[in-house]
Design a protein around this ligand. Structure first.
Ligand code: PEP
Ligand code: MN
Length: 372
């Protein structure tokens, strides 16, 4: 059961105390308070854990501090959009706000190869006024003989350069708990000039120990990439693991699923699931057109297939686009064939802006549409 409090109610208010006293008298019910920070206001939600079956929702709703009471099903208990739950949700991290109604482009290197290319990438982002990037330091590779990422060796210059070029958030994959510590240590040593979002890659989509680990810390938000060979429901449950550990700052990323039916794309594009994830849960949704398409093929209309697919995600309401770029794709150590070049960044960005604007117009039109 979730109790949504009236806006402006604080823990020191007598109305709050009255509610807590009422609940404290109930056996086997634990209260966990959580604040949802929207763009306009902050909402306090009380999660009642334990045996809530005997609680009287109407009686609770009658308490002066209470706006509404929502009974939750077992499905996606924390992240789910339960019946009647319409509150805006999201989180602020290092000056950027992420929610189901915002949009951010995270363009960057699939894998950090050297300082020069990292700096060229960061400078290009700053030139476009972008404040977020992706930078792979730990790379899970299909072959053990392929480049595995520079790991902690590149973190000092990645963080230093991010600070220099005004990048507020770097999303970076981690494949084991030690990586989180390495990131934290290096970030602190660099004077925390930027923020980090921990990426859980598709290959670790059901690595429950890793999920618990990223969930038990709240310093860094998490970008969870849908498992390429499991159902959407299984992936959403994996996110629930992260949330159950205490970290609700999660973005869900669609990146295509493995299927020969997807050929000639690297993965079968699953961006039709953007509105589905937004309906089932309250997480912001990201799409990754680079790992879905996997090549720089251009369609006869002049647009790259990566652009077409990114647009498909965005027109469906995606809140974030994760895209591979490289200053010299032919020499990239990972995923060069799908990387866009730095000169293409302004056009890629403008193209996304056009689609985002069209999406917002669609939402305004939908508001006027009759709902028989
Ligand atoms: C990546 O984003 O670099 C990556 C490896 O993606 P995925 O886990 O979706 O394959
Ligand atoms: Mn990649």
């Amino acid at each position: 059961m979730i109790i949504i409090l009236k806006t402006g109610i604080n823990q020191s208010d007598p109305e709050y105390q009255s509610l807590v006293n009422y609940l404290a008298a109930k056996p086997d019910v634990e209260i966990r308070s959580h604040q949802e920070h929207g763009t306009q206001e902050t909402i306090t939600e009380l999660y009642l854990i334990g045996d809530t079956s005997s609680l009287d929702a109407e009686e609770i709703a009658g308490e002066p501090a209470v706006e509404r009471v929502v009974r939750v099903s077992d499905r996606y208990r924390i992240l789910g959009r339960h019946r009647g739950q319409v509150e805006p949700t999201g989180f602020r991290y290092n000056g950027l706000y992420f929610g189901q109604d915002t949009f951010h482009l995270f363009a960057g290197l699939c894998a950090v190869d050297n300082r020069t290319n990292t700096e060229r990438m960061m400078a290009a982002l700053q030139g476009e006024g972008l404040e977020a990037t992706r930078m792979g330091a730990y790379k899970p590779r299909t072959s053990p003989y392929d480049f595995q990422g520079h790991g902690p060796d590149c973190l000092p210059y990645v963080f230093e350069l991010a600070g220099k070029y005004g990048i507020r958030v770097v999303t970076m994959e981690v494949t084991q708990p030690r990586h989180i510590e390495e990131i934290q240590d290096n970030l602190e040593r660099a004077g925390s000039p930027t923020g980090v979002m921990l990426q859980v890659g598709t290959r670790n989509a059901q690595n429950f120990e890793l999920l618990k680990e990223v969930g038990s810390q709240t310093r860094f938000p998490v970008l969870y990439k849908r498992g390429f060979g499991i159902t959407l429901e299984e992936s959403l449950n994996a996110c629930e693991y992260i949330a159950a550990g205490g970290n609700r700052n999660i973005i869900f990323c669609l990146r295509g699923v493995k299927s020969h039916m997807g050929a000639p794309h690297r993965n079968l594009v699953d961006f039709a699931h953007v509105p589905v994830v937004k309906r089932l849960t309250r997480m912001p949704v990201c799409v990754d057109p680079s790992h879905s398409v996997g090549s720089r093929e251009r369609s006869p209309d002049g647009l790259l297939e990566i652009q077409h697919v990114a647009a498909q995600g965005l027109i469906a309401g995606a809140n974030m686009v994760l895209a591979d770029f490289h200053p010299d794709p032919e020499r990239a150590l990972v995923d060069g064939p799908q990387a866009l070049q730095l000169e293409e960044l302004p056009y890629f960005r403008q193209d996304l802006d056009i689609v985002r604007e069209a999406y917002l117009r669609r939402c305004r039109l939908a508001e006027e549409m009759p709902r028989p």
